[in-house]
Every structure is written in structure tokens, then in C-alpha cells.
Design a binder for this molecule. Structure first.
Ligand SMILES: *Cc1c(COP(=O)(O)O)cnc(C)c1O
Ligand code: SF4
Length: 341
């Protein structure tokens, strides 16, 4: 028991910090330490230092717990471990492959497609995915993310916009107080019907799905859709299942999108297992994305012909509702571009 006032204050402050925020700040940031914890050769991180400087390692403990110790090819590890290959310049791999800069309608707000806008609610993430197409996004310069008013004002003036997508970064990296307030402000815009949240947190940091989150998620006037981002069946474990069950009970529609990644999920067995495993957790597939050609991620690219072949394989093995749409983002297109059969 704390006995002096300072200790009591500290204990109280800790009690007020949600457990997920503590878990988040306890995430691993050091490649050497990550390899050590997995019983792997520290030399694997030898070339990582340079790549690391561009986009820092970040892995929550709960995600690390799902990696296979002693396996340098572990598909979860490969998603987060900085590789020397990231520092190689590759033709066609650029800083902003999807031309977000051209679609910025207000600070932090992208308007590319009819009827829906995307709000970059925060630049923060609980995990740093090496293939992320926003790994070089100028979050800081992208505007006063602390002030949503200009973005909300833009939405108010666009009467054909019915859906707001919260993205980032990871929007659930924000605290519940701010998110609940944002939701309230969006609800007051009469032409909005839906709120969509794109997040990786329920799988990579299942602690995030707590009473605080469920005090606003699934409530209110807007229909809510949560698009999860999981790439591999082993990203689902009992804590993630529990988090997803709670989300399902809140009434939000759950979908999953994945990125096709060389060495991680570019084989038919894994892709089938991913859809099956996600559905077992109550989630329907949405998109299977071809990699956006962001600088530093070339080693994750799967050739388009192989992607089509895998997609045809999925369609021949799974019920139609478990087959994600294979898409790529093309700057200037009216939506994500499907790759037909
Ligand atoms: C991907 C994306 C969307 C969502 O597209 P859907 O096909 O509706 O999932 C919306 N806005 C922007 C800017 C996007 O990049
Ligand atoms: S935005 Fe998504 S894909 Fe990119 S690092 Fe964050 S969680 Fe990973």
C-alpha cells in the first residue's frame, strides 16, 4: 500500500491511465531487444539500423507474444522488423504512392471518392508495419490534427458526403474522450449516415477494446463500420478473439482488409486460413490490397500475375462471402481499382 501522498498520487494517476495506454507505451522499440526476446541472432538486425532511422520499430508485447520464437521467417515478425532492404532505392517506389497530397481537402482530410471522406485522425500507431504506405506521410505537417474544425467545416459544405472514414495512423490510438467528442460533432452534420473506422488495434493491441471504447462505439445516430486490418491467421489469438467478440456485441459491422505481402501471406493456404480464421471471429473479408509502392517496401511486393492466381485460388476454395476483393489503389481513379478474374 502506498503510504506517502506522492505515492498515492502516482498510484491514482496510474489507475486513471487506461490499461491499453500502459500496454501501448510499453511497446518494444529496439530491434536488438526484439530479436533477443525471440531467441534470434542479433545479426539479423545488422542492416536494420539505417532503415530503422527512417521509420522506427514499434511492437506491442501482446503482438510479440504471437510470434514464433526462433523463427526468423515468422510472418508476424517480418511485418515489423526493419530490414536493410528498406534503405535501397527502387524505381517506382516513392514517398507518396497514392497521391494523398493532391486529395487533401482540408488539413487532415482526404476527399478522393464520391460520397465519402477520410479523416487522418492521428499520426500515431500502436505498431509500425514496414509495408505501410503512409510510412513517409508528413503527419506533422499534414495540418493541425488537434483542430478538426476546418475538416468538419469542409464536410458540412459537402452535402453528398454520407460517410466519414477515420484513419491515420490508427484512429483508435486516440483516447476515448477525444473520439467520443469527435463522434458527437460528426453526428450533428445532418447529411452524414455512417462512420467507418479503419484500425489495426483490436488485433495488435486487444487491450484497446475496453469499457471506455465501448462507451461510445456502437452508440449514436450514425451506423458504424469497423474495418480491421489483419494479414495473417496467427494474428488472431484468444485476447484478440475476446476483443472482437466485444466489438461484435456492440453492433458495429466488422470487416477485414489485408495487404498481400511477399513472405507473409502470399500463399494460398495462408490466405484461405486468414479468411476462415477472421470469419470464426465474426469478420467478413473486404479487400485484399496489392502493395502500395511506397519507398522502402519493395521487398514485400507480390507480382500482379501471382496476385491474380492466388485470388482465383481463393475463389475456387472458399464460399463467395469469404473471398475478399482484390484491389489496388490508382491515383486519380474513382475508387479502389478491382483486379478482375
Ligand atoms: C481507400 C480510401 C477510401 C475508402 O474506399 P472504399 O472503397 O470505400 O473502402 C476513401 N477515401 C480515401 C482517401 C481512401 O484512400
Ligand atoms: S497506419 Fe496501419 S499499416 Fe501503417 S503503420 Fe499504422 S497500423 Fe500499420
Amino acid at each position: 500500500m502506498p503510504t506517502n501522498p506522492v505515492m498515492i498520487t502516482r498510484a491514482r494517476a496510474q489507475a486513471q491511465t487506461p490499461a491499453w495506454q500502459q500496454a501501448w507505451s510499453g511497446a518494444l522499440r529496439d530491434p536488438q531487444q526484439l530479436l533477443h526476446r525471440l531467441g534470434l541472432d542479433p545479426a539479423l538486425a545488422a542492416g536494420a539500423t539505417e532503415a530503422h532511422g527512417l521509420f522506427r520499430l514499434r511492437v506491442p508485447e501482446s503482438y510479440l507474444a504471437r510470434m514464433r520464437p526462433g523463427d526468423p521467417r515468422d510472418p508476424l515478425l517480418l511485418q515489423v522488423l526493419p530490414q536493410a532492404a528498406e534503405a535501397l532505392e527502387q524505381p517506382g517506389f516513392v514517398s507518396d504512392p497514392v497521391d494523398d497530397a493532391a486529395a487533401m481537402a482540408a488539413p487532415g482530410l482526404l476527399h478522393k471518392y464520391r460520397g465519402r471522406v477520410l479523416l487522418i485522425a492521428t499520426g500515431a500507431c500502436a505498431i509500425h508495419c514496414r509495408y505501410c504506405f503512409r510510412r513517409e506521410f508528413p503527419y506533422g505537417g499534414a495540418g493541425a490534427l488537434h483542430d478538426w474544425e476546418p475538416a468538419l467545416d469542409y464536410i458540412r459544405g459537402q452535402r453528398d458526403v454520407t460517410e466519414v472514414i477515420l484513419s491515420g495512423g490508427d484512429p483508435l490510438a486516440l483516447g476515448d474522450h477525444r473520439l467520443a467528442e469527435l463522434l458527437q460533432r460528426l453526428e450533428r452534420i445532418p447529411h452524414l449516415r455512417r462512420l467507418r473506422i479503419h484500425t489495426r488495434l483490436p488485433v495488435v493491441l486487444p487491450e484497446r477494446v475496453d469499457d471506455g471504447l465501448l462507451s461510445w462505439l456502437g452508440h449514436g445516430r450514425l451506423q458504424q463500420v469497423l474495418v480491421l486490418h489483419a494479414n495473417h491467421p496467427r494474428e488472431f489469438d484468444p485476447p484478440a478473439d475476446l476483443a472482437l467478440a466485444r466489438l461484435r456485441a456492440s453492433g458495429v459491422t466488422l470487416l477485414n482488409q489485408s495487404v498481400l505481402l511477399a513472405g507473409v501471406n502470399d500463399d494460398l493456404e495462408t490466405l484461405c486460413a486468414l479468411q476462415e480464421r477472421a470469419f470464426a471471429a465474426g469478420i467478413l473479408p473486404y479487400y485484399l490490397h496489392l502493395l502500395d509502392r511506397v519507398r522502402g517496401a519493395a521487398h514485400f511486393e507480390v507480382p500482379e500475375s501471382r496476385a491474380r492466381q492466388l485470388h482465383a485460388g481463393l475463389a475456387s476454395r472458399l464460399p463467395g462471402y469469404l473471398v475478399p476483393r482484390l484491389v489496388r489503389e490508382v491515383p486519380g481513379a474513382a475508387g479502389k481499382v478491382p483486379l478482375g478474374p
